[in-house]
Design a protein around this ligand. Structure first.
Ligand code: DHE
Length: 561
């Protein structure tokens, strides 16, 4: 019998033996479901809900969804109840129409029957999924093209620096689009609902992680770039990066898993698993957490180190990969729940959103210490953030917010003498630029005068389909609003075409925006001229379905944002 199955049976037996009063009470009071209904609901929960609420439903970006959970005020009065207290009707409304707290409406994603089903399911006690061992990872590993059979030099004439890896979310693919000609050069099959693409230090390999934990390695040197190796690092995953320090270029990859909560270190050119490290442990408040998921990962350029952000514990791990057999890790406590983030302009400080605390944590990778915890508006969501020199406050790093109508600018330190006069502002919020809630990503480029922000999670259709652009030389000037869906010229569809994830071309002259439309609708990536804000090209194709994240090779390889 497989170890993971034994683990699951042991857990089930343990729960039964303990006869947990909660579990029994929940099982009694929760709506009955057939085994087939449970299976269907489990799949939907994994695909649509687990990302925000957690597999064990303990909550993170989303609320706790355990049947008997409760929140009490200081006098011990229950102020919020679990799903059983909320009950069937209220849950159906929340799932269907969303909430002011940032939960999106699912009435255009799930059918009425599915909403009823999910409302029943979350009143039942969560199942504990199986573990996933080093052996499971090893068993899933496939080298499709061995290293000695790969090209010795670039076999195509594409300008690889300006290639874009574009997530086609609902088809489980990425499109490799030539940034110069705007032609789709290759569409490769990947894991389910790919989350991000990252580059090897040399820029040759693209690493693509699916939500189902499948990591695919694409070789851009092939005549037609294709997947050369694959491995499944867990059941549920979001992050991947590579070794970028001098002497370790293209040597390792590291991928973070949501379930089980762990990260896996692999050989960079084959994805051969080398080590699995669990992230279970204590939160910054000193409580044990059984599901501390791996959120963003970034590779340092100044040390052989990865910054690995653990969502539920609020611990930032600085993992030294110079000797992976004897792995050294510095654990830096910050705040909960860590999500996405990026480098400051100097690439010494990594700034990460602690979205449940409404804070940005900055870690100093030179000293290995927390540099600052900065209070911000509600639910910061930076993507990787954006760096520019503010006319009044000097170097700043910017984050947008899911839960507030501003973009926050935080002053960041610099060793450059010309910025010494801005020192007094360091780690302070120096400005909040007026935007709208529901923002996910902000972007600028060292060669640009403009700053871009989307708002795909805004409940208003026009706002969700538009992006805002500021002139960084004079932020008091009214921002330009570009309705990307209208600019695309695509026919109207029932589903909102959410304008998402601005990404610059390698030369900083174009900005690419995805239109994240319905599950089966042909959609597009709209390319704007950054100087004139006019549409330059609408990249569309019958295969262009649910494009979301886009990763320009050069900018991703060098962390330019
Ligand atoms: Fe993301 C980055 C997690 C939903 C598009 N997303 C990240 C990162 C994490 C994360 C941890 C940082 C990776 C890194 O840098 O190493 N995302 C999650 C979730 O848990 C969440 C909230 C729910 C889920 O079920 O996945 C979620 N994300 C979404 C989406 O619905 C988005 C908008 C569309 C999609 O494709 O699924 C989406 N997330 C992205 C993108 C990035 C990202 C495009 C990379 C931004 C960048 O510029 O690096």
């Amino acid at each position: 019998m497989k170890k993971s199955v034994v683990g699951m049976l042991a857990l089930t037996a343990m729960a039964a033996a303990m006869g947990s009063a909660f579990a029994q009470e929940a099982a009694k009071a929760a709506p009955a479901m057939t085994a087939a209904e449970k299976e269907q609901a489990k799949k939907i929960y994994f695909e649509r809900c687990a990302g925000c609420h957690g597999v064990l439903r303990k909550g993170a970006t989303g609320k706790n969804l355990e049947p008997h959970w409760s929140k009490k005020d200081k006098d011990g009065n229950v102020t919020e109840g679990g799903t059983l207290k909320l009950g069937q009707q209220r849950l159906e409304k929340i799932i269907g129409y969303g909430t002011d707290g940032g939960m999106v409406n699912f009435d255009d994603i799930l059918t009425k029957e599915e909403i009823t089903l999910m409302s029943k399911y979350i009143q039942n006690t969560p199942d504990v999924p199986p573990e996933y061992s080093f052996k499971d990872t090893m068993d899933s590993w496939k080298v499709i093209v061995p290293v000695d059979q790969r090209p010795k030099k670039q076999m195509n004439n594409f300008n690889l620096n300006n290639m874009f890896s574009v997530t086609l979310r609902d088809t489980g693919e990425v499109a490799l689009i030539d940034g110069d000609t705007k032609e789709i050069r290759s569409i490769v099959k990947t894991g389910y609902a790919v989350h991000i693409s990252r580059l090897s230090a040399s820029g040759r390999y693209v690493y693509v992680i699916g939500r189902d934990g499948r990591l695919s390695l694409i070789d851009l040197w092939m005549e037609k770039p294709a997947v050369v190796a694959e491995v499944k690092i867990g059941f549920d995953a979001r992050s991947v990066d590579t070794s970028k320090f001098k002497g370790f270029e293209d040597k390792y990859a590291v991928a973070g898993s949501y379930w089980p909560p762990q990260f896996v270190i692999m050989d960079g050119d084959t994805l051969k698993p080398r080590k699995v490290v669990s992230t279970r442990g204590m939160t910054v408040d000193g409580e044990y957490h059984p599901e501390p998921r791996v959120a963003s990962i970034v590779a340092s350029f100044i040390k052989p180190e990865w910054v690995i952000n653990i969502k539920e514990t609020g611990q930032i791990l600085l993992v030294d990969y110079s000797d992976i057999e004897n792995l050294k890790t510095t654990t830096v406590g910050s705040a909960k729940f860590l999500h996405d983030g990026g480098w400051d302009a100097s690439k010494r400080y990594f700034l990460v959103a602690a979205n449940a605390s409404n804070k940005i944590a900055a870690v100093d990778t030179k000293t290995g210490k927390l540099a600052a915890l900065v209070d911000t508006a509600k639910i910061p969501h930076p993507g990787r953030g954006a760096n520019f020199v503010h006319p009044k406050f000097g170097p700043v790093w910017a984050t947008g917010h899911l839960g507030a109508d501003v973009v926050t600018l935080i002053s960041t330190p610099s060793d450059d003498k010309k910025y010494a006069k801005y020192k007094e502002y360091n780690w302070k919020v120096v400005q909040e630029m007026k935007h709208v809630p529901g923002n996910l990503f902000v972007k600028t480029h060292p060669k640009s005068k403009h700053f871009w922000a989307d708002a795909p999670q805004n409940p208003d259709k026009d706002l969700a389909e538009s992006v805002a652009v500021w002139d960084m030389a004079d932020l008091s000037k009214p921002k330009a609003i570009l309705n990307v869906a209208k600019d695309s010229g695509l026919p109207p569809t029932k589903a909102v075409k959410r304008a998402v994830h601005p990404e610059y071309s390698a030369d900083g002259k174009e900005v690419w925006i995805s239109l994240w439309g319905g599950k089966t609708d042909q959609s597009a990536v709209v390319v704007y001229d950054d100087a004139t804000l006019k549409v330059k090209k609408v990249i569309t194709d019958p295969k262009m379905i649910t494009p979301t994240g886009k990763f320009n090779v050069y900018n991703t390889q060098h962390d330019i944002y």
